[in-house]
Design a protein around this ligand. Structure first.
Ligand SMILES: [Zn+2]
Length: 91
């Protein structure tokens, strides 16, 4: 007779599955497919040549751009293609 003790099984924390699924909008709660990528940089925590990337659907591009511009973080917007990979995102 076996008794399986499941109580001690910890759940992986900080799990990130971002890179594997289909690219979707970075706007919270939005699951639309990405059409644009917004490149930004926070000079307080990033080196000047560093670029963070947010993906955006067509609907939220303006919202995200405004959000970044208001904070002085926005750099540029590029069209996002599904075949594109962010494998070069290092550091
Ligand atoms: Zn969206």
């Amino acid at each position: 007779m076996n008794i399986f003790n499941l109580g001690g099984q910890g759940r992986a924390s900080g799990e990130s599955e971002r890179a594997t699924g289909p690219a979707t909008c970075s706007r919270k709660g939005c699951r639309a497919g990405a059409e644009w990528q917004l490149l930004w940089n926070n000079p307080r925590i990033h080196t000047p040549d560093r670029r963070k990337v947010w993906l955006s659907c067509g609907e939220h591009r303006d919202w995200l751009e405004d959000y970044l511009q208001t904070r002085g973080l926005w750099k540029e917007i590029l069209p996002f293609t599904a075949s594109q990979t962010t494998a070069n995102e290092a550091g």
